[in-house]
Structure formats: structure tokens, C-alpha cells
Design a protein around this ligand. Sequence first.
Ligand code: NAD
Length: 252
Amino acid sequence: MAQLEGQVALVTGAASGIGRAAAVLFASEGARVVAADIDAGGVRTTAERVRAAGGEALAVEADVSRSADVQALVGEALSAYGRLDCAYNNAGMSGPAHSVAEMPEEQFERALDVMLKGVFLCMKYELPPMLGRGSGAIVNCASGAGLIGFPGQSGYVAAKHGVIGLTKAAALEYSASGIRVNAICPGTARTGIVEQWVGDNPELEREVTALHPIGRIAEPEEIAQAALWLCTERASFVTGSALSVDGGYVAQ
Ligand SMILES: NC(=O)c1ccc[n+]([C@@H]2O[C@H](COP(=O)([O-])OP(=O)(O)OC[C@H]3O[C@@H](n4cnc5c(N)ncnc54)[C@H](O)[C@@H]3O)[C@@H](O)[C@H]2O)c1
């Protein structure tokens, strides 16, 4: 039987990269998927891909840093499908590298707004319908940069470290109510964020690859598989964890 048969899954940042891969994967496992992103055109394309593969998806434009957007997003999910079983809070962004003294305050704030407050807001509105049913699974997207430092990206690193703390706090608050909350910590995956960063610089790509003992970077689907597992009953005893999915990057 499909692992998410009959369930409703919400995925943020679903217009591209890991989020799109997760939306397609969750749907292939039987979930009706609510795919959300600030990029309305991109998330519509994701929903079309899900449907073309025989699945069911609703595309919603939402900025996860805005409370009203996230509240409306969860409301749309409930109006369309009547329940919410799992959520993968994945939306994220990168920015130009600056050391702390040169980091523009707005860039730092935006990183925290989207990747830390955004995860908080998603959980804030996802949890009530899950509590109503007495079950649910939430997976928050952190990063290897949530476990160790990375120069030039203080806002990103601070947000991702924060996601792991937020995940642990929520896991403790809701584990007795049947809701599991976990984080995943991806290493480098071949997505828009990384292609923007590496560009067509083969030397930089070699350097990034060398950071991963497994000898390559990930495909987005390999990260999505970890999010899927944490959403399913197969991970029924896992909560409050920060699962590295990184080819050995932070084990060094
Ligand atoms: N690719 C990697 O190497 C890597 C490594 C570690 C962690 N991550 C994390 O994985 C997640 C997905 O990133 P990706 O690599 O697939 O990148 P991506 O750029 O392909 O996808 C990120 C998506 O988030 C969306 N988004 C950005 N701001 C948003 C907002 N305010 N509201 C709603 N959606 C918004 C973007 O439009 C985009 O579709 C991010 O949280 C990222 O930090 C990625």
C-alpha cells in the first residue's frame, strides 16, 4: 500500500528543487498535496506535474513569512480536503555571501523571517487541525548549516540552527498528543539555490562536492525521501530529531 494513502500533505517551497520533488513524491505515495510557494507560476507547474502523474494537488501562492498568508494557506487546505495529516515546511532562500560586519541588516532579517519565523508560522497553523484529529507529522527543513557553521551566511546559519531548536521544542510540546515533529538537515543538493551559487564554475562545484565524503552532491529526490519517511508511520517512534541527509558532510 502507498505510504501516505488517504492522507493530506502540505509542502512549502514547492515551486522548485527539494519542495517540488517532495510534492511529486508524496503524491506518488497516495497523498493529496497542497503545494505552496511565493512563486505562483512555479507552484502551479508543480501541481500540474502531480496531476499529470495521476495524483491530486492544489497549488497555493503564499509567503511563509506572512502570518495572514500561512493562515489562509492552511484554511485552503482544509476547505479543499477537510484534513491535514502531514507537512513538510521546506521554503527557503539564499543570499550573497557577506561576513557578519558587512552583512546587510535586511538580508539577515529576511533569512530569519522566511526560514525561522516561516517555520514557526507554518507549525502554528498546521498544528490545530492535527490536534483536532489527534495525529500528525511535521518535518521542518533545516540544513547541515543548522548543525555546523558556514562562513558568509550568518542569517541562513542562524535561521537553520533556530529551526532545530524550534523543532525540538514543538516535539516536546506535542508528542503526547500524537504529533511528531522532526527536522532534516540536507547537505548540498542540486537545486536552484545551489546552481545560483556554483553557477558555471566547475572549480567551485568540485570544492562543494569534496565537502561530501560520499563523493557527490544529492539529487533533490534523495532529500525528499527522508522527509517522506519522517512523515510516515514507518517513523512512528521518531520525534524531536534532526536527521542529517548529507552524504557524511557533518560527520567529519
Ligand atoms: N539545496 C541545498 O543544497 C540545500 C541544502 C540544505 C538545506 N536546503 C534547504 O532546502 C530547502 C529547499 O531549498 P532548495 O534547495 O530546494 O531551493 P529552491 O530555491 O529550489 O527552493 C526553495 C523554494 O522556496 C520558495 N520560497 C522562498 N521564499 C519563500 C517564501 N517567503 N514563502 C514561500 N516560499 C518561498 C522559493 O520560491 C523556492 O521555490 C530550503 O529550506 C533550503 O534552505 C537546501
